[in-house]
Design a protein around this ligand. Structure first.
Ligand code: PLP
Length: 366
């Protein structure tokens, strides 16, 4: 953070983040609770997030990419496991070993490559096995799963810590696919009795104790996204985004606002222009639909969201003056509501947050 009065500011409440993680950890106990910090900690900063979770007692971390794992290693202790969900790429085994990263092995080829590295090193290497129980995305295919179950000696060079799988529709508790995946996963788990098991993501934590196994892997709920859509949010707001009012002007019919003249005044209107746009992650699909808060007052977006600027209707809001910060994301304008209006999900809203606003991290009390 360089400027004293930033034009836009993202505040990440790490105390709320830690409280959310503890809330989820308590729900799955006696199972353990991991932290999923892929995509730069869902856009909020994998370093500060990882360090805060580690200090709170989290000892299992998941990232997507190898480079995310390499970066995270510096923020968490040596006693924490860092698992790379992408798996083991060609020629990556030495890097995984050097930085003590655990690959989530996603097919027989990766298993063989990691087993070869283990034999060459003369030691058993840690691995997690990710089984595809319905996603058809990443993970050991049903056919290869049967080969492994029939011949577990394929794994003899490895120290398999977790067998894992990922739920397709866990945010829909009534969707029968949850129970189908659970049944498939139970059968796989029974075939590898020495490994621990990890299944539930955030919403999976709320599907009941059957889904907890030995390690839950929540991501979104740690960051404040509601893991139980349609029901009250059990977790706290973590991200707050504010932008400054740069200018306020009075317009009247027939003046239009913004690119494409998509909004036209039908009466005297006061317009505030704020320092935030789609380059900051405020999706263009919020044009004419989004809203912000000036203090307690909700003000609608007018016209199009542009790259650097958004225009607001502040006609009845005398406190909307240049220099004032407005809230675009926070406890009033929740990430879930922004997502809903934009036609996406909270994950995309957070991971699209831009890089040019100032960031402030509120540290949890020691
Ligand atoms: C992203 C991810 C998670 C976390 O999911 P949330 O819905 O954010 O809780 C868990 N496991 C895997 C394999 C993932 O890719």
């Amino acid at each position: 953070m360089t400027d004293a009065r930033p034009a836009s500011l993202l505040t990440v409440d790490l105390a709320a983040l830690v409280a959310n993680w503890r809330n989820l950890a308590a729900r799955v106990a006696p199972a353990k609770c991991a932290g999923v910090v892929k995509a730069d900690g869902y856009g909020l900063g994998a370093g500060p997030v990882g360090r805060a979770l580690y200090r709170a007692g989290c000892r299992h971390f998941f990232v997507a990419r190898l480079n995310e794992g390499l970066e995270l290693r510096d923020y968490v202790g040596e006693d924490a496991s860092v698992c790379v969900l992408d798996g083991l790429g060609p020629d990556e085994a030495p890097l995984f070993r050097r930085r003590d990263l655990t690959p989530s092995l996603n097919d027989l080829g990766e298993i063989e490559a990691w087993a070869n590295a283990a034999r060459a090193a003369g030691e058993k290497l840690k691995a997690n096995l990710h089984f595809d129980t319905g996603m058809s995305r990443l993970g050991i295919s049903p056919r290869d799963t049967e080969r492994l179950i029939a011949d577990p000696s394929i794994l003899s060079a490895l120290d398999v810590r977790f067998v894992m799988s990922h739920l397709v529709s866990s945010e829909e508790p009534d969707n029968p696919i949850n129970a189908e995946q659970l049944q498939r996963f139970r059968r796989i788990r029974a075939a590898f009795p020495k490994a621990a098991a990890s299944f539930a993501n955030s919403s999976g934590v709320f599907l009941g104790a059957d889904y907890a196994f030995d390690l839950a892997r929540p991501g979104c709920a740690v960051y404040g996204i509601n893991p139980t859509p349609g029901r009250p949010n059990p977790v706290r707001t973590v991200a707050r985004m504010e932008a400054r009012i740069l200018q306020v002007r009075e317009i009247d019919h027939p003046q239009t606002v913004g690119y494409g003249a998509t909004w036209q005044a039908s009466r005297a209107t006061k317009v505030a222009t704020i320092a935030c746009g789609y380059a900051d992650g405020w999706l263009r699909s919020l044009s004419g639909r989004g809203a912000a808060y000036v203090g307690e007052k909700r003000v609608p977006f007018l016209g199009r969201v542009s790259m650097d600027l958004i225009t607001l209707d502040v006609s009845d809001v005398p406190e909307a003056v240049p220099g004032r910060m407005v809230e675009l994301l926070g406890s009033r304008m929740t990430v879930d509501e922004v997502a809903d209006i934009a036609g996406t999900n909270g994950y995309e809203v957070l991971t699209r947050l831009g890089k040019r606003f100032a960031r402030s991290y509120l540290e949890p009390a020691a």
